[in-house]
Design a protein around this ligand. Structure first.
Ligand code: BGN
Length: 287
């Protein structure tokens, strides 16, 4: 009898590679956040093509990259519903072999976006051999599906033209919002710093790490890279970090000892929804 390859062990090994340019992209997208969307609406809308944990891979070709999409989170369910509603169809059309990981900070200590990213990197790799990591804020939805959620030769900044900033890149080294780094690029800089508590600076720290390790920021053009941000008030327990400017003078000193190699946290729960893997973590926020 012929032995069929196990699809979970060798994803689409017998398939031809997907084309460089995905054939079914739409270009400019219509995005609006006025409609109230429940999780069940989103499940009905995109669920049938997904596997548990927000996993997908194309069936007609072998995906070019295995992408973990990491979304740091706390208490923004309505944003997440919009994000899932728009992102899943885009990621599918982009023919990615991907999984969505929502990393939920437990408790109401100071928020630590960067540490949640590191945790997402770590936890997603326990499940699958991802080679590319897209780090995305939950309130950013692309306005053009030609903006590929893939990794390139250099770390990539995807959210270059956000409506909130009048579709202009605020400054040349900005590396916040939505970014894509290969496993190798991420490990070369020891990931994000774990020590930025509260809002701001952690993305600039990563930007400096990249430059100290001889990498450049790659970006789509400002038409392809357009984004719509979901409007919101300031989150509680995420005030601007008063130490952020000082910390940015110390990136070079700290990057080898503060990052993926010093990451410490406790997983409270891993919940698999059709739309995502929801990982609740204690990030050991300072008292
Ligand atoms: C910058 C923040 C970034 C943030 C962008 C866009 C800092 C560091 C002190 C100079 N950087 O000012 O973290 O992504 O704005 O909002 O605050």
């Amino acid at each position: 009898p012929t032995v069929r390859p196990n699809p979970t062990e060798s994803p689409g090994r017998s398939l031809d590679p997907c084309p460089d340019v995905p054939p079914n992209l739409r270009g400019v997208l219509h995005v609006e956040f006025r409609t109230n969307r429940t999780l069940q609406d989103v499940r009905n809308h995109v669920g049938p093509l997904l596997q548990l944990g927000g996993r997908y891979r194309p069936t007609s070709c072998r995906a070019k990259q295995k992408v973990a999409v990491i979304v740091p989170f706390r208490n923004r369910s309505q944003h997440l519903n919009h994000w899932l509603y728009y992102l899943h169809p885009v990621l599918m059309r982009q023919q990615l072999d991907y999984g969505v990981y929502v990393i939920n900070q437990d408790g109401d200590g100071a928020f630590n976006r960067a540490k949640l990213m590191n945790i997402g990197f770590n936890e997603s790799l326990k499940e699958y051999d991802y080679d590319c990591f897209v780090f995305s804020d939950v309130d950013l939805v692309p306005l053009d599906d030609r903006n590929l959620y893939r990794c390139s030769d250099h770390p990539r900044h995807l959210s270059v033209a956000v409506d909130k900033f009048n579709f202009i890149l605020p400054y040349a080294t900005i590396f916040g919002g939505v970014t894509a780094l290969s496993k190798q690029q991420f490990l070369k800089v020891n990931g994000f710093s774990n020590t930025f508590w509260g809002w701001g600076g952690e993305d600039d720290d990563l930007s400096q790490r990249l430059s100290y390790r001889g990498m450049f920021i790659s970006r789509p053009d400002s038409v392809t890279g357009r984004y719509k941000m979901i409007k919101h008030g300031r989150d509680s327990h995420n005030d601007p970090n008063p130490n952020r400017e000082q910390k940015l003078t110390e990136t070079y000193l700290n990057m080898d000892t503060d990052g993926i190699n010093s990451l410490s946290y406790t997983v409270r729960e891993i919940r698999k929804d059709l739309l995502y893997t929801f990982v609740t973590v204690d990030v050991q926020a300072p008292a």
